[in-house]
Design a binder for this molecule. Structure first.
Ligand SMILES: [Zn+2]
Length: 343
């Protein structure tokens, strides 16, 4: 069964948070039972803004607070900034008759497993910042975290454009290029939980030097920063050529992914891609159809994200639920093993 991408069939499983505690996990730290519905406190970390929100187990974003990030702030100032909106949302949970059962984080990378530490490239004051522990101290809840691109992939599969799909990827084209891949219904993690860095697929063999050190990565050719560096124009004022080229390059990367992984759908979001609209998406689909020609890949489609600016928080909520479900499954297995050993 899938615990990576949430589909309709999984929706009831998401209610596991609502079940009374079965006593299987001694680290359980729930408040006394209240009549309130369970929810996840979702946290989204990027270099320019922090967001916190309440996501129900049905995938609704019930409330949210946003804080602009002062790029010159210290590590502690950033955390104080984040803590303010997290506490706001914790207080608002009562008003919405929600019980916060866990915290889910989507953060720009690099991160270590579960956001134990985060070092967002565009937030230089946070280098190996112990975000998970700090949020645990602040909220007294279980905290789970993942990369923002992977969170978005979960969110779009749960409630957005990839709902009902078991094999898809999400590519986010904004300041940088991120993403996440769901295969056989499971979000791919990889050895260090960094799977899905689609921004570093080579799309121009002799292209620009990328921040990662390689040449011609999608991120070095098609991100907002790359577009500005190549053309001298802000991606908010693109020419037709720029929109088309960016679409072609994303379509090229998408074709590699569909051929390699047998994906049915590529969901593309991010301010740059969505801002370039139909010109971008038509060029991307054309390139995908040209480059993905195998019997299983030739019908792959590119489509825009559907959750809009709610996607990152709904995705972070899904990260919280996924982590929670995994912990519960582990606790059940451990309890079963104990029973077997005792009998
Ligand atoms: Zn790269």
């Amino acid at each position: 069964m899938s615990d990576g991408a949430f589909s309709d069939a999984d929706e009831n499983r998401l209610d596991v948070i609502a079940e009374p505690d079965d006593g299987g996990d001694p680290t359980e730290a729930l408040e006394p039972p209240k009549p309130f519905a369970p929810a996840v406190l979702a946290v989204d970390i990027s270099g320019s803004r922090f967001a916190a929100g309440l996501v129900s187990t049905k995938g609704e974003l019930v409330d949210r607070s946003v804080a602009e990030v002062n790029p010159d702030g210290t590590a502690e100032a950033h955390f104080t900034n984040l803590a303010t909106i997290v506490e706001q949302q914790l207080e608002l949970a009562d008003k919405h008759e929600l019980r916060v059962a866990a915290v889910g984080i989507g953060s720009s990378g690099p991160i270590t497993l579960n956001c134990e530490t985060v070092s967002p490239v565009n937030l230089p004051a946070w280098r190996e910042f112990p975000l998970r522990e700090r949020l645990r101290e602040l909220t007294s809840k279980r905290v789970y975290g993942d990369l923002d691109g992977k969170a978005l992939a979960l969110g779009e599969g749960w409630k957005g454009a990839a709902k009902g799909y078991d094999n898809y990827c999400v590519i986010s084209v904004s300041t940088g290029v991120g993403g996440g891949i769901v295969l056989d219904g499971e979000l791919l993690d990889g050895a260090s939980s960094n799977a899905g860095h689609v921004g570093h697929i080579t799309v121009e063999p002799n292209g620009r030097r990328c921040g990662c050190g390689a040449r011609g990565c999608l991120e070095a050719e098609a991100s907002g920063l790359a577009i500005e560096a190549i053309t001298g124009r802000s991606p908010t004022e693109p020419t037709y050529e720029i929109m088309q080229r960016t679409g072609r390059l994303v379509g090229r990367a998408a074709a590699s992914l569909c051929n390699l992984l047998d994906l049915e759908l590529v969901v593309v979001g991010g301010s740059v891609a969505l801002g370039f609209a139909a010109t971008f998406f038509n060029a991307a689909q054309e390139e995908l159809s040209t480059d993905a020609r195998l019997p299983y890949s030739r019908h792959a489609r590119i489509t825009p994200t559907r959750l809009g600016d709610r996607g990152s928080l709904i995705g972070a909520g899904a990260v919280g639920i996924r982590g929670w479900q995994r912990d519960r499954a582990k606790a059940r297995q451990a309890a079963a093993a104990e029973r077997r050993a005792a009998s």
